[in-house]
Design a protein around this ligand. Structure first.
Ligand code: COA
Length: 161
């Protein structure tokens, strides 16, 4: 697996992965599309960053992350998704490893992730927990009744370079 900053041409494959994820819908895809466009058309605002994961010549997953502007060196993981056929082969871990690495290189102090308590997010929670993220907060019924918000966080170690 190779994880590199996304290129403008990756957008179509990224939206395809989202729409076929079994989790996200067209509204989610439109939101990612907007964030992707913003990342490329207003780079000076440094809102969102995208990474693409490649297996050979196939784009198999992506992550979107960024610095949370109202904080001191806190970064958010906004999206991570791997194509159904490629799951459980290390792409999710490779993407999140690279997000942490890049955030730490820019003096990132903390990474925060929002996710859901429901069954279909079991793989996501498994990924975060396996990578040392701690469930720091729960907001009951946040997304819907019976669908809690789980907030995961992890401190990053950064070095002067
Ligand atoms: C979450 C997701 C990105 C994980 O990607 P992936 O490439 O399959 O994950 P990896 O192969 O790197 O797995 C890394 C670790 O995560 C955990 N994990 C992954 N899938 C899991 C599952 N189905 N159940 C439990 N733990 C799981 C395991 O600890 C795994 O390590 P292991 O395979 O050595 O046991 C992927 O399942 C996905 O795209 N899901 C749909 C989108 C989604 O939920 N995004 C997150 C929204 S908050």
């Amino acid at each position: 697996m190779r994880v590199v900053p996304s290129m403008m041409d990756d957008c179509h494959a990224i939206l395809d992965i989202l729409l076929n994820s079994g989790i996200f819908n067209r509204t989610d895809a439109e939101c990612v599309d907007q964030m992707f466009n913003e990342a490329f058309t207003k780079p000076e605002e440094d809102t969102y960053r995208f990474l693409s994961c490649w297996e050979g010549i196939t784009l198999v997953g992506f992550a979107c992350y960024g610095h949370e502007s109202l904080t001191q060196d806190t970064w958010d993981l906004f999206w991570v998704c791997v194509s159904g056929a490629t799951r459980r082969k290390g792409a999710g871990r490779a993407l999140l490893t690279e997000v942490q690495h890049r955030a730490a290189q820019e003096r990132g102090r903390l990474i925060v992730i929002y996710t859901s308590s429901t069954e279909k997010y079991t793989p996501a929670r498994g990924l975060y927990e396996s990578m040392g993220f701690t469930r720091t907060a729960v907001v009951p019924d946040y997304y819907a009744d019976g669908d809690d918000l789980y907030i995961y966080s992890k401190r990053l170690a950064w070095r002067e370079s």
